[in-house]
Design a protein around this ligand. Sequence first.
Ligand code: URA
Length: 274
Amino acid sequence: MILSHARLPIPPLRHEFKEGKTYLFLIFYYISRESQILGVVLKTSWRKLMKDEYYRDYLDIVRSFRQYLEKRKEKGVKAVSSENEDSQELLEKLFHSIQRCRKCPLYKFRTNPVLGRGNPKARIMLIGEAPGREEDLQGKPFVGAAGRLLGEDLRKAEIPEEDIYIANVLKCRPPRNRDPSPEEIKACFPFLLEQIRIVNPRVICTLGKFATQTLLNTKQSILRLRGKVLSYQGKIPLIPTFHPAACIYRPDWRKFFLQDLCLVREQLSRRKGT
Ligand code: URA
């Protein structure tokens, strides 16, 4: 059987590869899109290359997209490039996959999964840790006390609302707001990666230790990392800062938090027009 263009899976995100074969593999992928001959070979070796758990996450996401694209086709839309899709619709699709997600036990405790809020084509993406009680009830991130502090400081830093999209590493609330476990982060991470791909921000700002360490794949302390312009996958500037909830308990950190948000705004104006 030869796979057609439409049935070839979308290339996986870089973090999902552990080996240096990535680039070689992507080259094969694109050749096969042209030739349609290597499809079968690719699909098999692809599965071997990726860990099984990643492969399942990856397939879930690909399946959602395929359904979405089929619907678009039914409606008579010809272009199927995901870059041209409407971000809002893609995020809605992603939300439906999260509603069906059973990859970790947190779905049992949630009232609502929390995907994100704000402009789906925002130039700045803020990434927190996990929904708290209010967020779980309302299905939106940062709508409790930490969210109010964040809103105040975004205004002080003169970052307009239309420039912002807010998300979390975990989409379901951990019981009693405990720290996310490594297994929960691992299970939920593909959703965040897809969310970043869809929003495609110019600058990312991670709020607190979990978001920072997860996106940078490091164990370094937030105290060392905050206030620096680092990089997400070598492509998007990433600025870590404190979690706004931490600034409630440590009011002396708030000035650094505001400084970091100002750095985010500055970084954005540097990247204007890119
Ligand atoms: N803390 C977070 O990290 N995210 C929220 O959405 C709310 C509080």
